[in-house]
Design a protein around this ligand. Structure first.
Ligand SMILES: [Zn+2]
Length: 341
């Protein structure tokens, strides 16, 4: 059994034996070792196993990713800068990389892309995804804020280990998109599954037995907590959730939108902070353009749950006819209902 809140048990990916660990161990990406069969594996392998084998986990994570994968724009930079950045992302296949990046950020907490430059011209030519489980971060000296040290340390290099090779990459050669963590200076991000690990384990080890004994409430309880931990209210995993009504959905949507932004923001920040400046040769951060994803909105989520906006549209049309709102305002509102923006 688990002793304290900080303790976690996961399953060995090879033999299913319980492996005891804790939050700090996972946060530092230390290798897990099974005392049953002796095998060692990274926490990423456990996340993969749960994602593939627990349909609820997969559905919740896929929902975050599908809402996070939105059209993007480059904003706020000088015109020349913005165009250059946008052209690079389009040519470099950013859209086809995006799902992978999002998936890594949500599942593991970290996505790493290697920035490949032409050896002669030094121009950046390509972004290449690295397997999150193969990357470790070597930290350097502490970063002072004024005269205070917060514990945050410089990234000295990224170490990429594969079966037979080990490469060391400079911080400027990697785009590291890292999900938000409790400590802002933690070097690695946090999987959406981390907080739910305990419940996922209980579900897998006791779920079938509970159902056999007629204790469906136990499974329900665990499944609700897993969804909340991942950040997806469970009602969104049902097909026609419109039946729950607007007030409930409005509340639940803010939770979902928050989770989606937690997946989008690390990518917006890392691309701006770690790639764009290099790409355009600009050191002044204020001059560097931003990457912005479209944010999912309430109407979009309601519509996907089968909500019919007929009544709303009728009322807005009346308001337009009475000139309470302008044609422009009307169009803007309606396009949201129709899912066009
Ligand atoms: Zn084992």
């Amino acid at each position: 059994m688990v002793d304290s809140l900080n303790d976690i048990v996961v399953e060995c990916i090879n033999c299913g034996h319980e492996v005891k660990t804790d939050f700090d161990w996972i946060e530092q990406r230390k290798v897990l070792t099974c005392s049953g069969c002796g095998s060692s594996f990274p926490i990423h392998a456990v996340y993969d196993m749960y994602y593939e084998q627990v349909p609820l986990v997969k559905d919740a994570i896929d929902l975050i990713i599908s809402y996070a994968k939105q059209p993007w724009t480059i904003t706020n930079g000088k015109v020349g800068y913005s165009k250059k950045v946008e052209a690079f992302l389009k040519k470099g296949g950013f859209d086809s990389l995006l799902e992978r990046i999002l998936s890594d950020v949500v599942k593991y907490g970290d996505s790493y892309l290697e920035i490949i430059s032409d050896s002669k011209t030094k121009d950046i030519i390509e972004l290449k995804p690295l397997e999150a489980k193969s990357v470790t971060i070597k930290l350097g000296k502490e970063i002072p804020y004024g005269r205070a040290f917060t514990g945050e340390r410089e990234i000295e290099e990224f170490v990429v280990k594969n079966r037979s090779s080990e490469r060391r990459l400079a911080p400027t050669d990697v785009i590291h998109s890292k999900s938000r963590t409790f400590l802002h200076y933690a070097p690695y991000g946090e999987s959406v599954m981390r907080i739910a690990l305990r419940y996922i384990h209980y579900l897998r080890t006791s779920g079938a037995n509970a159902l056999r004994l007629g204790a469906g409430w136990w499974v329900d309880y665990l499944e609700n907590d897993i969804c909340l931990g991942i950040g997806v209210p469970r009602i969104f995993l049902e097909k026609n959730y419109a039946k729950y009504g607007k007030p409930v959905l409005e509340y639940a949507s803010t939770v979902l939108i928050h989770s989606v932004r937690e997946a989008q923001e690390p990518i917006e920040n890392s691309f701006r902070g770690q790639l764009f400046g290099q790409l355009i040769g600009e050191k002044d951060f204020r001059e560097i353009p931003r990457l912005e994803f479209k944010k999912p909105h309430f109407e979009m989520i309601l519509k996907n749950g089968g909500y019919d906006f007929g009544e709303e549209i009728k009322n807005w049309k009346k308001a337009l006819d009475l000139k309470i709102i302008t044609e422009e305002e009307y169009k803007k509102i309606i396009s949201k209902y129709l899912g066009k923006s």
